[in-house]
Design a protein around this ligand. Sequence first.
Ligand code: PPS
Length: 324
Amino acid sequence: MAGQQEMKEEELSFSLRKESAWASPYCLYQFQNFLCPAIHIQAVNNSQKYFEAKENDVVVASFPKSGTIWMKALAFAIVNHQRLSTAETHPLLTSNPHELVPFIEFIYSADIPEQNLRLSKVAEPRVFGTHTPLPSLPKSIVESNCKIIYICRNPFDNFVSAWNYFNKIKPESLPALPMDEAFEMYCKGIIDYGPWWSHMLGYWKESKARPNKVLFLKYDDLKVDTHFYVKKVAEFFGCPFTQDEENNGAVEKIVKLCSFEKMKDLKVNKSGTVGTGAVEKKNFFRKGEKGDWVNYFSPSMIEKLSKIIEEKLSGSGLSFKEYY
Ligand code: PPS
């Protein structure tokens, strides 16, 4: 697979390009053509060596702050729609989506044999998340028949969401990252798992080349007609809703269960932490809107980011023209 190579432990001794992360004590390293947070390099590398995809796995891939948690919730509810009711007992009511749908690269930061054993026991179909760019995914994900769903957010809202998030989760000892500095970094692609344009393009091109393998969705489209996309995703996963299920409101129940308002309000998402960085769960739910960027962008920022988008995505067919 392009860009992916076997790394020996000692080769992870960071002789590569290094950048500061956003309002964070860790650095980003140019690892296999993307900027990997130092705390994830070993785990990404381990996942490439040890993760074995199953044919019926589902992988939710995303650039950070693109609606990952929403798509994880939807994917989990959709693949399990024949098995789990959306009534009081649904796991999404008592677990955060990042707990139910773990990130592949984070799993392998812990003991490898133990993780392999744990993964082999997870109920099927298994659902995972990943922020890893397509060329650096474990080979078995790309080569097997498992499904990848990519959730993409327009770069304007993606930037605003990331800037708010990183300043919320930063250690108190670090100063806040001013928006103009964050914007300069974003425009250069300097951000966890960046550059964002190559991340998006990798999955975009694969979705065009292998439409049965990768489904590419935009956050904003999902927001406008969630019902339509829930059905589309179910068809893509090979578990479409029957007419009876639809008539009984099964699709609408999933839309509501995973809505921003519902998820933000759940006790399980209001307190406690999740993930390797022990991030407070409430920080994954801010506004959940499309177009919030208009409250942050100056005319010169709009001009600069629009130009970068056009230049980077030129000729690919992927466009965000409707946003500016
Ligand atoms: S992360 O850290 O990468 O997993 O973050 P991610 O989940 O990708 O992005 C967080 C943004 O998604 C919004 N969000 C939602 N939008 C719509 N519906 C639901 N259910 C939902 N849940 C979370 C969240 O508020 C972040 O966007 P902003 O614009 O900052 O509000």
